[in-house]
Design a protein around this ligand. Structure first.
Ligand code: NAD
Ligand code: MG
Length: 400
């Protein structure tokens, strides 16, 4: 029987996740049709992607770039229609003309369009972990209310999903015989760095991840291990867990992407080369397996797999994430917003590397937390935490 062609919208198409997604989709023209691609500012890459992949729609944030692109595409004979602005972004995410949405925008900016796709009952492939961290309860309630199919793209969560029993229902760890989730972390580029030298690392050093080639924000998050903190929170929302159900394990080779430990002593792991096209192909094709262009894993070349506990002193961001998760309410939205301000400031040279965790910690300490029951609660907490972190920033500049 011929499989239905999936019509896919890729939010954040010009980023690392977006580029990998388009590569997988292009390998299966019989299975996928590209409905829409979106970008924030990278007009040049969006232009190339329109010519190469011929989506029905493309969207860029500002109207002036959209107008220019529209003319260039017309001159090049490309029929992709150009849209712009946040409202069109959310409408594209929810459009009846697509059934699958890849949430590849980075940061809090991805929350509303991703939620729009969820509320439209789409199959949503979630890379944008910040959306879940910011608004976990609201997001997951929307998934249930609107019958969306949420599939994790983050390699660890995709691995966990693959290692859980088929049909696993969130919150059903005990009946499924699951003892614990083991979330692996590479430890980033500064795993072995002299602690004192961390004060002086540069954005380029922080972005040079030993195993993965990713966008700059997640690369810095990996270097501080805030990424693992965000992923811990992400895992708790996706699979309805509490923090103690999840153990973070440092695994420098990034070959085991996470594990599930069962009551009978079995531990199931998902392994593969560190290439995001694997989880992307898994989620795009689910439950079918698709060719992804990924090199098969050569275990002899890998030769050894190491595991060790995380160093919470070296990586205070991981501790802060555990604490925010335990606090609940708006704590995780506050953590996420402060981290986004801190990472931006670090990338701009306004804050030292060690200052990232300090800024997040101070923002959390000075914020009075409240309940998170609606999207507005999450957005308000995000705005307040950003404003506070911006105010605190000058007090940390130069000292960190
Ligand atoms: P990236 O910086 O390479 O790309 C981000 C994309 O989002 C770009 O297309 C950009 O145009 C768009 N974007 C940025 N700001 C925007 C805004 N304000 N409004 C609309 N669009 C905006 O980032 P990435 O590395 O591809 O990461 C994307 C998401 O996927 C992040 O949440 C990250 O944590 C997650 N993720 C990435 C990887 C990876 O390997 N890169 C792995 C796991 C999870
Ligand atoms: Mg990950």
């Amino acid at each position: 029987m011929a499989l239905a062609v999936r019509r896919v919208t890729v939010l954040g198409a010009t980023g690392s996740i977006g580029v990998s997604t388009l590569d997988v989709i292009a390998r299966h023209p019989d299975r996928f049709r590209l409905h829409a691609i979106t970008a924030h500012r990278n007009a040049e890459r969006l232009f190339e992607q329109c010519l190469r992949y011929q989506p029905d729609y493309a969207l860029i944030d500002d109207a002036v770039s959209a107008r220019e692109l529209r003319e260039r595409l017309a001159d090049a004979g490309c029929r992709t229609r150009l849209l712009s602005g946040r409202r069109d972004l959310c409408e594209l995410a929810a459009s009846d003309e697509s059934d699958t949405v890849v949430a590849g925008i980075v940061g809090a900016a991805g929350l509303e369009p991703t939620l729009a796709a969820v509320r439209a009952g789409k199959r949503v492939l979630l890379a944008n972990k910040e959306a879940l961290v910011m608004a976990g309860p609201v997001f997951m309630q929307a998934v249930r209310d609107h019958g969306a199919e949420l599939l994790p793209l983050d390699s660890e969560h995709n691995a966990i999903f693959q290692c859980l029993p088929p049909g696993f229902q969130p919150g059903q760890l005990l009946p499924a015989g699951v003892r614990r989730i083991l979330l692996t972390a590479s430890g980033g580029p500064f795993r072995e760095h002299d602690l004192a030298a961390l004060e002086h690392v540069t954005p380029d050093e922080a972005c040079a991840h030993p195993n993965w080639d990713m966008g700059r924000k997640i690369s810095v998050d990996s270097a501080t291990m805030m990424n693992k903190g965000l992923e811990l929170i992400e895992a708790c929302w996706l699979f309805d867990l509490v923090g103690t159900d999840v153990e973070v394990v440092v695994h420098p080779q990034s070959v085991v992407h996470s594990l599930v430990s069962y009551a009978d002593g079995s531990v199931l792991a998902q392994l593969g080369n560190p290439d995001m096209r694997t989880p992307i192909a898994h989620a795009l094709g689910f439950p079918e397996r698709l060719e992804a262009g990924v090199q098969p894993l050569d275990l002899m070349a890998v030769a050894r797999l190491d595991f060790r506990p995380p160093d919470m002193q070296r990586f205070p961001c991981l501790r802060l994430a555990y604490e925010a998760l335990a606090s609940g309410g708006t704590a995780c939205a506050t953590l996420n917003a402060a981290n986004e301000i801190a990472v931006d400031a670090f990338l701009d040279g306004r804050l030292g590397f060690v200052g990232i965790a300090r800024l997040v910690e101070q923002t959390l300490q000075l914020t009075s937390l409240s309940k998170l029951e609606s999207l507005d609660d999450a957005l308000a907490a995000d705005i307040a935490a950003r404003a506070l972190a911006e105010r605190l920033l000058p007090t940390l500049e130069g000292r960190s």
